[in-house]
Design a protein around this ligand. Structure first.
Ligand code: FAD
Ligand code: SF4
Ligand code: SF4
Length: 462
């Protein structure tokens, strides 16, 4: 009989909404070996083409099957500097697992969960990550310590460059620390992987807002020969409807940053408060909306409703995230558009006026366009609203370097293969170049840019 795909055990939904601990527990060694045994070790291994950080998937899975978990971990680290992060938040169902041969007739190998298992494996013999052979090549500056910047920095360090990351916040990790909640991605795991990047010789300067406290010109003047910009898409979008300035209307960015990065869930131990609504509405249908809704539950909300203008089929959130939100009791109101936030007379939100929608013809994104249905207006009571309808590229650095060619909504135009931007020596990748996307796409862009920078600097030397 064929072995079914192994499932991770999870915290019970009723227990987990009262804590911020991680929801899935990961595989046991027995489960990992059983899952690894499902892999056919295909010679052409189509799964590899689905991985932007070029993991040798059959090789690390074979090591798990043979019980050599440390070897599996080392195999991952050869090309991926953040495997424990990817094993948790990479949308593997749309990447490597989508093209696994087993997906043609059934469940693909659980590549992401196996990656998580191997990356988490601790046996007391972990070797320090491979540092660049005596870092003696040129100095390269990386702006932003998110997944794009960390990957570019690690790969450049491996090639022997002297790399310094300049990060605006007081913690490295980008969205991995300020956006994605603890219960999906424990921050200790991110910091552990960042430490490994530092052990490769990468220097990290925190609290440095390039474009404000330091300019790109100053970086070049101080001896950096190339600059990688990985500043992300951290500018929250609003709908521009009445009442957005009321107390109790947050952008998801502010809400999640207060809770994750500033640890508001441990207030007053951590001195950053957050408004804890009893009836919370979250607007949007992506991962950010699911994270905000599930965070509100854990902060004690009695009722959390996700309001999304399209239907469930168009919601961009990962299926797993919608499933977890439903299990935890989040209410979904699909085909619903907020029209305005209602004032309680004292400047605080008391509810939202909404309208019903129906699906029309497909729009530019290929998804069916939501169209308002006249006469379907109704009110939802709420004392907190979190707007999670997307983010735009961070404008600070492009504003400070006006020679940079910009694209749609202020993205930095960069060659998708090399990361080269319009200013010589400046490279860009991740959300700042593509608009808000995924962790693994940002990492893939960081990897390509590292090679692009190496080619650029090698050509200058010859
Ligand atoms: P970021 O992660 O945004 O990092 C950019 C870094 O640059 C930040 O640390 C920022 O402080 C710093 N910076 C900005 N400006 C400056 C400056 N001027 N000077 C110095 N530093 C600067 N993707 C997934 O694949 N799976 C998920 O489950 C998922 N969930 C998400 C949940 C939330 C709440 C959010 C917001 C996003 C989620 N994403 C998810 C998307 C994913 O996190 C991003 O696509 C990814 O982090 C982009 O990486 P990046 O390195 O380009 O940018
Ligand atoms: Fe798959 Fe993502 Fe892991 Fe690559 S990093 S093997 S795409 S889960
Ligand atoms: Fe294994 Fe699937 Fe990759 Fe084949 S395609 S090597 S079965 S993970």
């Amino acid at each position: 009989m064929k072995t079914p795909r192994q499932k991770m055990a999870e915290q019970d939904p009723q227990e987990r909404i009262a804590n911020f601990d991680e929801v899935p527990y990961g595989y046991t060694p027995e489960q990992a070996q059983a899952e690894a045994a499902r892999c056919l070790q295909c010679q052409k291994a189509p799964c590899r083409a689905g991985c932007p950080v070029e993991i040798d998937i059959p090789a690390f899975i074979l090591a798990i099957r043979e019980g050599d978990f440390a070897a599996a971990r080392e195999k991952l680290l050869e090309t991926n500097s953040l495997p424990a992060v990817c094993g948790r938040v990479c949308p593997q169902e749309d990447q490597c697992e989508k093209v696994c041969v087993l997906a043609k007739k059934g469940d693909p190998v659980a590549i992401g969960t196996l990656e998580r298992f191997a990356a988490d494996w601790k046996d007391g013999e972990e070797a320090d990550p491979e540092a660049g052979s005596a870092p003696e090549k040129a100095k390269v500056a990386v702006i932003g310590a998110g997944p794009a910047g960390l990957t570019a920095a690690a790969d450049l360090a491996r090639m022997g460059y002297r790399v310094t990351i300049f990060e605006a916040l007081h913690r490295p990790g980008g969205v991995l620390v300020y956006g994605i909640p603890e219960f999906r991605l424990p921050k200790a795991i991110v910091f552990e992987e960042v430490e490994k990047v530092k052990k490769m010789g990468v220097e990290l300067e925190l609290n440095q807002v390039v474009g404000a406290t330091l300019s790109v010109e100053e970086l070049f003047d101080s001896g950096f020969e190339a600059v990688f910009v990985g500043t992300g898409a951290g500018l929250p979008r609003f709908m521009g409807i009445p009442g957005e300035n009321l107390n109790g209307v947050y952008s998801a960015n502010e809400y999640l940053t207060r809770v994750n990065l500033m640890k508001a869930f441990r207030f007053p131990e951590y001195d950053t408060p957050v408004i804890r609504g009893e009836k919370v509405c979250v607007i949007g249908g992506g991962n950010v909306a699911m994270d905000s809704a599930r965070t509100a539950l854990r902060l004690g909300a009695e009722e959390v409703t996700i309001v999304y203008r399209r239907s469930r089929a168009e919601a961009p959130a990962r299926v797993e995230e919608v499933h977890h939100a439903e299990q935890e009791g989040v209410i979904f109101k699909f085909l619903t558009l907020p029209l305005k936030y209602l004032d309680d007379g004292n400047g605080w939100i008391r509810g939202m006026e909404c309208q019903g929608m129906e699906l029309g013809e497909p729009d530019d994104s290929g998804r069916r366009r939501p169209v308002p249905v006249p006469g379907t207006e109704f009110t939802i009571d709420c004392d907190l609203a979190v707007v999670a309808i997307g983010n735009d590229p961070n404008p600070l650095l492009p504003r400070a370097l006006p020679e940079l060619e910009l694209g749609w909504k202020g993205t930095i135009v960069a060659d998708p293969e090399t990361g080269a931007a319009s200013v010589p020596g400046v490279f860009a990748g991740g959300d700042i170049a593509t608009g808000a996307a995924t962790v693994i796409e940002a990492m893939g862009a960081g990897k390509k840019a590292a090679r692009g920078i190496d080619r650029y600097l090698s050509a200058r030397k010859s």
